[in-house]
Design a protein around this ligand. Structure first.
Ligand SMILES: [Zn+2]
Ligand SMILES: [Zn+2]
Length: 191
């Protein structure tokens, strides 16, 4: 099987996470995971539920995107274009999957990150519309937090985040928000 990314070398038998049989490229270090191998391996893993903490973990992972990640590729088994699912990180990357045979392609380092985040046992979930919507929301939230830190400094920003969390969880949280709004608009009009 030829490597779908660098196209210059043949994929060779290898394993991931000790017992998942895959085909790896020695040139670009990408990995092809045949659908049946993945399904078989996945059925032997204990299920893990994901929560929104994923984004916080994800943002702290240090990762250098493979130069091959942005390159489109054809399935090495059935030659269909691989579709992409974005995985959120400070530096995002894409996991690719064949829409026909459901085989999965990970560029160099991507499997390790998925494993670190506990997403490696539910890769197919990354391709659902629901997951992708959640990723966009989390990304928006993380941009907003970053902008808040830049405007307020990290110390005050942390306070704001803490207060925000508490107000969000409180049944009368909107009263707190209204109070803050009044404080800020009064001081602006006086100043
Ligand atoms: Zn390659
Ligand atoms: Zn395919």
């Amino acid at each position: 099987m030829q490597c779908p990314k660098c196209k210059s070398s043949q994929l060779q038998c290898s394993t991931l996470s000790s017992d998942l049989g895959v085909e790896s490229c020695h040139e670009c270090k990408g990995t092809w995971i045949p659908a049946e191998n993945y399904a078989d391996w996945q059925s032997r893993q204990s299920p893990r539920s994901h929560d929104r903490n994923y984004v916080m973990e994800a943002l702290s992972v240090n990762f250098v995107q493979s130069p091959y990640d942005t390159r489109g590729a054809l399935c090495p088994e059935c030659s269909r274009y691989l579709s992409r699912a974005k995985v959120l990180l400070d530096n995002s990357f894409y996991v690719e999957r064949c829409p026909n045979c459901q085989g999965i392609w990970c560029d160099h380092g991507e499997w390790d990150i998925l494993e670190t985040l506990g997403l490696h046992t539910t890769i197919n979930q990354l391709f659902s519309a629901e997951w992708q919507t959640q990723v966009r929301q989390l990304q928006q939230m993380s941009k907003e937090r970053q902008a808040t830190i830049e405007k307020l400094g990290s110390e005050l920003a942390e306070l704001v985040f803490t207060v925000g969390e508490k107000l969000k969880d409180h049944p009368n949280g909107d009263f707190g928000v209204a109070y803050l709004m009044r404080q800020v608009s009064e001081s602006n009009s006086l100043g």
